[in-house]
Write a protein that binds this ligand. Sequence first.
Ligand SMILES: Cc1cc2nc3c(=O)[nH]c(=O)nc-3n(C[C@H](O)[C@H](O)[C@H](O)COP(=O)(O)OP(=O)(O)OC[C@H]3O[C@@H](n4cnc5c(N)ncnc54)[C@H](O)[C@@H]3O)c2cc1C
Length: 91
Amino acid sequence: METRSPWDIENEAGLTEGNIFQGELTMDQLIFNRPVPGYAQYRAPIAGMYMCGSSTHPGGGVMGAPGANAAREILRDLRIKGFDPREEHDL
Ligand SMILES: Cc1cc2nc3c(=O)[nH]c(=O)nc-3n(C[C@H](O)[C@H](O)[C@H](O)COP(=O)(O)OP(=O)(O)OC[C@H]3O[C@@H](n4cnc5c(N)ncnc54)[C@H](O)[C@@H]3O)c2cc1C
């Protein structure tokens, strides 16, 4: 068995406060509050830039759900701009 304290994880993996989920998975930091209110739809404050990963909803874990959700938002935005990858790549 190998144990690691939050201090170890912060210093080895660079995860703030050693939190393996990049922020507690509590109601005040989930859904429309993750990473911060107003930026919970995977769109970064810079147009055309997107966020995914543990600090976006539904948070950390090896499930990849933040990435899948972010990809859906990107596709939605691309379609609004008239670009549809399915057409582009005969998908
Ligand atoms: C010790 C530990 C144990 C865990 N145990 C579990 C578990 O049992 N079950 C579970 O579901 N989850 C577990 N987790 C959580 C899970 O691993 C993470 O939530 C998940 O990997 C987060 O995925 P991510 O894509 O957000 O980030 P990451 O998996 O951290 O991926 C980010 C990637 O970006 C790269 N990167 C960083 N900066 C740059 C840069 N500037 N340019 C290019 N690349 C960059 C990094 O090298 C990394 O490969 C654990 C995490 C830790 C730390």
